[in-house]
Design a protein. Structure first.
Length: 189
């Protein structure tokens, strides 16, 4: 609030005349192609519902460009423990804001090859869909998590996101087909 007041006061009384001092040139904004407004409700993110999706699809996950500076993260994931109620499942969108250094470091960890271990099997949770968002509100869908031995996810990026302050939590009720409802309820299909 104090900075806004200072900015308003500083702008008052300006006549528009050139006072001889050179104005500082604005810092050019680095343009990262493919950024879109983040959403958890895009048609290609809700395929689990097994119903036709009316919402437009979003771009596929992409590598994080070095010049991209995220300031917040949006995660999208199902609350599968809640089960199916009234033919819908819960799809949770969380928005978090803060320093993204640890998040970026987590995504930049190297993946280990598992080709030399063809017999290993890992039963693990599916990571949430993650959007990294810049200060203009545009984002990219983050790439998959790096993997360790046997393809085990390295969760450092997700852990870092969940450590950020939560700014908004939205629970969406997503309709599911009767076939998917039976699967969610453990019934034979």
């Amino acid at each position: 609030m104090g900075l806004a007041a200072i900015a308003l006061v500083a702008g008052c009384g300006t006549s528009g005349e050139d006072t001889g001092g050179a104005a500082a040139a604005p810092t050019p904004r680095v343009s990262v192609p493919g950024l879109v407004e983040p959403t958890c409700l895009a048609g290609n993110l809700l395929g689990f519902s097994d119903l036709p999706q009316m919402a437009a699809p979003v771009p596929d996950p992409m590598p994080i460009p070095a010049e991209f500076v995220p300031v917040r993260a949006v995660t999208c994931e199902g609350d599968w423990n809640a089960g199916v109620t009234d033919h819908t499942v819960l799809w949770v969108e969380e928005r978090r804001e803060g320093s993204m250094d640890a998040v970026l470091a987590g995504y930049r960890l190297p993946s280990e090859s598992s080709f030399d271990q063809p017999r290993c099997f890992v039963n693990q949770m599916t990571p949430p869909i993650v959007w990294l968002v810049d200060d203009e509100g545009l984002g990219l869908q983050a790439p998959g998590l790096p993997t360790g031995e046997c393809g085990v996810f390295k969760w450092e990026a997700i852990t870092a996101i969940r450590a950020l302050p939560l700014t908004e939590r939205i629970v969406h009720c997503i309709p599911v087909s009767s076939k998917m409802e039976a699967r969610f309820n453990g019934e034979p299909v």
